[in-house]
Design a protein around this ligand. Structure first.
Ligand SMILES: Cc1ncc(COP(=O)(O)O)c(C=O)c1O
Length: 381
């Protein structure tokens, strides 16, 4: 096995999935795993075993989900810029629901549905103008963000919909942001949904479905302590604060919280550079393998798996010709050339965001049922 590579602990993934299943049992709650977080086949296969559906944001994700055996009636399709080709794939394969992000999409969906001689169900993604109190680059539910239809235009959207007999109104969809670590934004979301549902009821609408999106954050600082996110607290928000009319089904699109903690990126130290003021640990993984630090200034726990030397601070940097190719200033056991480092919590938005920038090879993905990390370390010594 060549470094860098992603390693997935399937036991952690399974325990996460079991916790989610337990937390929603007995409620009209349905999980559509947001496969944008990680679309590796083995991850998808494991998630499918638990009866979850998927949330897709491209036509290729829909095709992969179908190929991986997800039933079309468990697939939801979202995206602010759906192409005609993608809508043909979605409507043609009869996915459960299309999350419509602008009124301007409706005539296009209608025309394609008519051409394919299909009917399709649409939910309106509303932009509730809620501050998710997360990194600005992953906030999606404020009115300045490009996503969704402003809540105030819901009535225009419903009026426009009356023109298109091929499209059935399925409900409302929201997604206020990602890596949300407090429950307040989700409580605010429930309150806004309650208000909107009351208004809908007054106007004679009783949507069959409601989709509250994803966004639950994970603990990047202390992953070993909090390897399973607090799903109980998260789902309790919706159990306690959301008024769910009889018969209505509630859908969730969790991504990061499902797969984030099961993955780590394993990388080798190429050089330790003493630059006077600081020491750099130059590793063989870079932003082409793992983009989050460069994209969102995110900091991940990094552990030296092959040293018990004294703790020291290093700026951990990749080999790529970009100053943002840095994993931050990290305290870890003394680092030497050849040491193996583990970058924790890279299961979500890791391999999916990797590229061949600088024409570098892509990091492979390995699973705990194929090779244990300890075996890999053992083979080296
Ligand atoms: C519409 C939608 N749903 C769900 C998700 C998944 O979010 P998360 O991984 O934070 O749960 C995203 C992520 O950006 C999204 O855009």
């Amino acid at each position: 096995m060549n470094t860098p590579f992603y390693h997935y602990d399937l036991d952690v993934l399974r325990r996460t999935l079991q916790t989610i299943s337990g937390a929603i049992e007995g409620y009209p709650f349905h999980i559509h795993y947001a496969m944008k977080a990680n679309a590796e086949r083995k991850i998808l296969d494991t998630i499918r075993e638990y009866g979850f559906g998927v949330d897709c944001v491209s036509g290729n994700e829909i095709l992969l989900a179908l190929d991986a055996g997800f039933s079309p009636d468990k697939i939801v399709f979202a995206g602010v810029g759906k192409t005609d080709r993608e809508l043909i794939d979605a409507i043609g394969s009869e996915v459960f629901n299309i999350n419509c992000e602008s009124i301007e999409e409706l005539p296009v969906i209608s025309e394609i549905a008519r051409r394919l001689n299909k009917k399709t169900m649409v939910s309106f993604r509303l932009n509730p103008n809620i501050d998710a109190r997360t990194h600005p680059h992953i906030t999606t539910g404020k009115s300045i963000n490009k996503f969704g239809i402003p809540s105030s235009r819901l009535w225009d959207a419903l009026e426009e919909l009356r023109k298109y007999p091929e499209i059935e109104f399925n409900g409302l969809h929201f997604h206020i942001g990602s890596q949300i670590r407090s429950i307040e934004p989700f409580i605010e979301l429930c309150q806004e949904i309650n208000r909107l549902q009351e208004e809908l009821g007054k106007k004679g609408y009783s949507p069959a479905n409601l989709n509250v999106g994803g966004g639950l954050g994970i603990d990047y600082e202390h992953p070993e302590k909090y390897i399973i996110p607090d799903f109980e607290a998260y789902f309790n928000v919706f159990k306690e604060h959301l008024r769910i009319p009889d018969g209505q089904q509630v859908h969730f699109e969790l991504g990061r919280s499902v797969v984030g903690q099961c993955g780590s990126l394993i990388t080798k130290v190429l050089y330790v550079k003493d630059a006077g003021e600081k020491k750099f640990a130059i590793i063989d993984a870079g932003m082409s393998d793992f983009m989050r630090p460069a994209l969102y200034a995110s900091v991940h726990r990094i552990e030296n798996l092959t040293s018990e030397g004294p703790m020291q601070i290093y700026e951990v940097v990749g080999p790529i010709c970009e100053s943002t190719d840095s994993f931050g200033n990290i305290e870890m056991n003394e680092v030497r050339r050849g040491d193996i480092l583990k970058i924790w919590s890279t299961g979500a938005y890791g391999t999916v965001l990797s590229s061949k920038y600088n024409l570098r090879d892509k990091a492979e993905n390995y699973y705990s049922d194929e090779v244990a990390l300890d075996d890999f370390l053992g083979q080296r010594s």
